[in-house]
Design a protein. Sequence first.
Length: 340
Amino acid sequence: MRRLIFSFAVLAAVNLSAGPSFAQSLGGAVNSVNSAVSGAVNGSVDEFQTFRNKLSASKSAPAAAPAPAGMGKPAKGAAGIDEDAIPPGVQTQNPLGPAGALPPMGGKLPAGGYGTNAQPQTPEELQAMMDEEADQQKKKMEDQVFNQALKNLLPLKPEQIRKTLETFRISREAAETPITVPEPRMEVVTASLDPSDAPIVIKMAPNTVTTVSILDATGAPWPIQDMSWAGAYAITPPESGGNVLRITPSSAHGVGNISIRLVDMITPVTMRLQTGIDWVHYRLDVRIPKPGPLAKTPLIQYGGLKTIAGKDDQMVGILDGMPPEGAEKLKVDGVDGRTS
């Protein structure tokens, strides 16, 4: 400010010869400068007085707790502030604000607590905390990956798995249960050697085995020499010298036939094969109306069955001890005792 006044004075001395008008202008400028200088000085005095009042008030207030090392005051020389120049009793604020009192990540508190009582940590402690935090993050990531993999492999819960299996069982039972269960039958029929008669029909059903036995007029087995068949059937032929064969159909509805050649008999025995679901032959005994090579001794010494080409089911049944329905037993006198 003094330099500014001196400059105006020199300028006035040099240009004094310029005239009265210039002198008047110079006087007005000097008065303006003096007014400005007085205002600035008065303002500075007021500000200084306010600072002194605040300083006195801070000194009269109770002293605050000393701040921990490295947290309460900025470093010497930072931002042009010297910590030695700070008046006693005045505490600087933590640059972090309220966040400076929070505990570090991982839930671990520094030695000595936190806030104004926190103690500085060594590099080893910081490194240990960083390693512990890294281990926790690694374990958390591994758990997340494992749970996700387990969910991808087994997305269903236990109760959902049980419900799925129960639904599958019901569906499979409905799909595998046959529409109807055929009625099983066991019969004895007499085969006719007359070429004009209709062949015997063997009734079969899916998933069922039908057993066919070949017998002679006396009930003795008649060995099968060979046989042939046609149709969707699986037939188990008898062993050598056997008289029993087993037939299993390969479809639910089908027809076929079988031709059997017996030992010591020229005429073949033909039968029809038929598959259905109404009823099935579990066992079928086919009787040939003549004695076979393994025939038993006849019950009557003289005579016996005379009909060979034809068939009489009632007569054969009586000879087997199975009289027809409604037959009555009679007492006869004067007959051979071996027949009574």
